[in-house]
Design a binder for this molecule. Structure first.
Ligand SMILES: [Zn+2]
Length: 503
């Protein structure tokens, strides 16, 4: 048997001012065939698991390209087509094949392509024909289009948010692919459109119990996999929203029923899944009252992981007004300021303009005399088992506040973000991180005190005011009752609610 593995992934915030091009992929992660490192990345764990499993079966593994761009704005058309065609050529050269395993993200949007993954899967299917098993691992912050469901045999999303389980889910993708190639199972995908968009962290209730419950249901006979597609509200595409996906072993009625019942249970959680979000004034006042250190302050909507620039200065400017010292901020993206600091050298004092330049809602730049405390070329931080590049980075000090400036956009994943730049995170009163939820896994290990601040920008965080042009399905909270529940009698509810997608 012959199996091909590749990865093409990013998350596109169609509202972001940061265009995504080939350089964006190459500076984040680009591994040509055979050159994927031994550690997985978020969207290429399937590479590592295929290396473990396929050769030991006596089968042949053919590796294609694996690449990922930090979430950003619309991908330029030539870049998407170039990367797509590179992998399609590799597939043609690898024929005949029995299986194709892909690391996708699922929220990729390019100029002229609202559904890049649907396009990619369709072109792969055209090359390999109907019998080859095509499987993909997805991020739950993705768009599940009928076209993808039609072209793929196996689609599995990470269950956890923070995404601590991407290696476990990759293992499931590969095992179900192997069983499908052997003819031991026949995967059938059922999808229910929950008609909502919501932030669904699984580190808290009610999602914690829900994820545990679906993992119990996965043990039932004929149930191969259950995924919650959370959706990605910063992607203005027709299929944006939360969906419940069940894969059965050739049991469409069971899959449809489970998808619908679990999907409506998920819909019932709307409005009650997020941690409390505070304004900058409320959040900082509360944070400064906590006697223990460090307190983690998350700037949730300046999260480069959601495609924005990550250069907002709103919280920094509040801290400067409060004359608050013993604070560290990780990070503010500003490659030009990093260059200036590196040129000036460690220990130098320079007048610097930094941050706040990417868009009108990023808080505006800071102009100040700063000290360059530390310079690190090709700095990194960890995220679970993966290593995340920050590019060249510096730690600068301004009025008692340590600020990390980086040149590759990245959200804060782990306290080693700070220690790698010479800051002891345990000694700081406040650690300000740019991240919505992924920071939680590693930072909650060093502090119980976590405060979420909603600056209202620059991420498009309110679906009601986001002014979607391509999303035309009725979804909550834009529409209060998208399933028409209020107009149904209790007896009729079970028979007409929702859509179950059979494609
Ligand atoms: Zn995600």
């Amino acid at each position: 048997m012959r199996v091909f593995v590749a990865s093409l992934a990013t998350e596109t915030n169609t509202f972001s001012p940061v265009p995504t091009d080939l350089e964006s992929f190459k500076e984040s992660f680009y591994a040509p065939p055979g050159e994927h490192p031994a550690t997985p990345t978020l969207c290429s764990a399937t590479h590592i698991i295929c290396r473990e499993r396929i050769p030991e079966l006596g089968w042949t593994l053919i590796e294609g390209t694996a690449t990922w761009a930090e979430p950003g704005g619309l991908i330029n058309r030539q870049t998407y087509e170039l990367l797509r065609d590179e992998i399609l050529d590799q597939i043609r050269a690898a024929l005949p094949l029995d299986g194709i395993v892909l690391g996708l993200h699922g929220a990729m949007v390019a100029q002229g392509y609202d559904d890049c993954e649907g396009d990619f899967l369709t072109k792969i299917r055209e090359i390999v024909g109907p019998k080859v098993i095509i499987s993909a691992e997805l991020d739950p912050h993705s768009h599940l289009t009928p076209l993808r469901v039609k072209q793929a045999n196996v689609l599995i999303a990470f269950k956890e948010f923070p995404h601590t389980d991407f290696v476990d889910r990759a293992r499931e993708v590969v095992e179900i692919t192997i069983a499908s190639i052997r003819g031991e199972v026949t995967p059938i995908i059922s999808v229910f459109d929950c008609r909502m968009i919501e932030i669904l962290p699984t580190s808290r209730e009610p999602m914690r119990t829900f994820v545990d419950k679906i993992q119990t249901i996965e043990q039932q006979e004929n149930v191969l996999s259950i995924s919650v597609i959370h959706g990605f509200m910063a992607g203005d595409v027709p299929e944006m929203g939360t969906k419940l996906m069940v894969i059965t072993d050739n049991d469409q009625p069971l899959g449809d029923e489970l998808a619908k019942s679990l999907g409506m249970e998920l819909f019932s959680f709307r409005g009650n899944t997020r941690p409390p979000y505070l304004t900058p004034d409320q959040g900082l006042t509360l944070a400064l009252r906590v006697p223990e250190r460090p307190v983690i302050v998350a700037d949730i909507w300046d999260n480069p992981g959601g495609g924005v620039a990550g250069d907002s200065t709103i919280i920094l400017k509040k801290l400067l007004l409060l004359k608050q010292q013993n604070v560290a901020i990780g990070t503010i993206w500003d490659p030009i300021a990093v260059k200036f600091c590196i040129a000036a050298g460690e220990g130098s004092h320079i007048q610097l303009r930094f941050g706040g330049k990417s868009c009108a809602t990023a808080g505006g730049p800071v102009d100040a005399l700063i000290k360059v405390k530390k310079v690190v070329r090709k700095a990194v931080q960890s995220f679970g088992e993966s290593v995340v590049p920050l590019g060249d980075a510096v730690c600068i000090e301004l009025a008692g506040i340590d600020i990390i400036l980086n040149s590759n956009r990245s959200q804060a994943f782990s306290p080693d973000l700070f220690s790698n730049l010479g800051i002891n995170p345990l000694e700081k009163q406040l650690l300000v991180v740019k991240s919505t939820n992924h920071f939680y896994g590693a930072f909650s290990k060093i502090s119980e005190n976590i405060i979420y601040i909603d600056c209202g920008a620059p991420y498009p965080s309110d679906p009601i005011t986001n002014n979607y042009k391509k999303l035309i399905r009725p979804i909550w909270p834009i529409v209060a009752d998208p399933h028409g529940l209020e107009h149904q009698t209790a007896a009729a509810k079970d028979t007409v609610i929702g859509d179950t997608n059979h494609e």
